[in-house]
Design a protein around this ligand. Structure first.
Ligand code: PRP
Ligand code: URA
Length: 213
């Protein structure tokens, strides 16, 4: 895949270890859900190391008073792409417990693989926040591109997108369509199959999170 300035592939050994378990078809729904949450927390820590608004606060230690940088309340919003993105919300909340949550509902048409939007509810004032859009799978990139477009139409200017597994074609599509959005993927897989599934991938993330198959 071409190199993009707005794409970061983590390739961290600890995250890779957890993704190996996530991929395994024998991994239970419970363990799958827990791993998605844990990986999301690790990704959030890394992807938000820059750009999070902070403010100064006076802190009184047992010895003296000092000025410290703390994260601004309500600086971050998390927006999962339904359904599978829901599995990542708690992972963000572990680090940003005050993050408000918007929801964007999209499913892929099984024939055309085009995303079909069916729901959108975003918190008031989201346009002023750092928006963390989350979805475990970035396949053709159609869902992510449309979700980002929707956020931009609502006035969001500071958007980061996090996916656990990305396919090269999807990563390229999002990177080129939205060069102003930072894209974080934990690992880059080989390609898509003729049904638009990521190879080797992990199957259908929504079904594995929610036990629908
Ligand atoms: C999956 C996944 C992404 C989308 C990725 O959702 O969670 O939203 O596919 O594919 P794309 O990059 O080709 O758009 P799906 O449409 O299966 O819906 P679900 O989460 O409700 O199962
Ligand atoms: N959505 C998934 O859940 N898995 C894939 O491999 C592709 C899209």
């Amino acid at each position: 895949m071409k190199q993009y300035e707005n794409v970061v592939v983590f390739d961290h050994p600890l995250i890779k270890h957890k993704i190996a378990i996530l991929r395994d078809e024998k991994t239970s729904m419970k363990e799958f859900r827990e791993l998605v949450e844990e990986i999301t927390t690790l990704m959030t820590f890394e992807s938000l190391k820059e750009g999070v608004p902070t403010v100064e606060k006076q802190v009184k230690t047992p010895l003296e008073t000092c000025v410290q940088q703390v994260v601004e309340d309500n600086a971050v919003a998390v927006v999962p792409i339904l359904r599978a993105g829901l599995g990542m919300v708690n992972g963000v909340h572990r680090l940003f417990p005050l993050a408000k949550v918007g929801h964007i509902g999209m499913y892929r048409d099984e024939e055309t693989l085009e995303p079909k939007p069916y729901y959108c509810k975003l918190p008031d004032g989201i346009e002023e926040k750092l928006v963390l859009l989350v979805d475990p799978m970035l396949a053709t990139g159609g869902s992510a591109c449309d979700a980002i477009q929707l956020l931009k139409e609502r006035g969001c200017k500071n958007i980061k997108f996090m996916a656990i597994i990305g396919a090269p074609e999807g990563v390229s599509r999002v990177a080129e369509s939205h060069p102003d959005v930072e894209i974080y993927v934990s690992t880059l897989d080989r390609c898509l199959n003729d049904k638009g599934y990521i190879l080797p991938g992990l199957g259908d993330a929504g079904d594995r999170l929610f036990g629908t198959k």
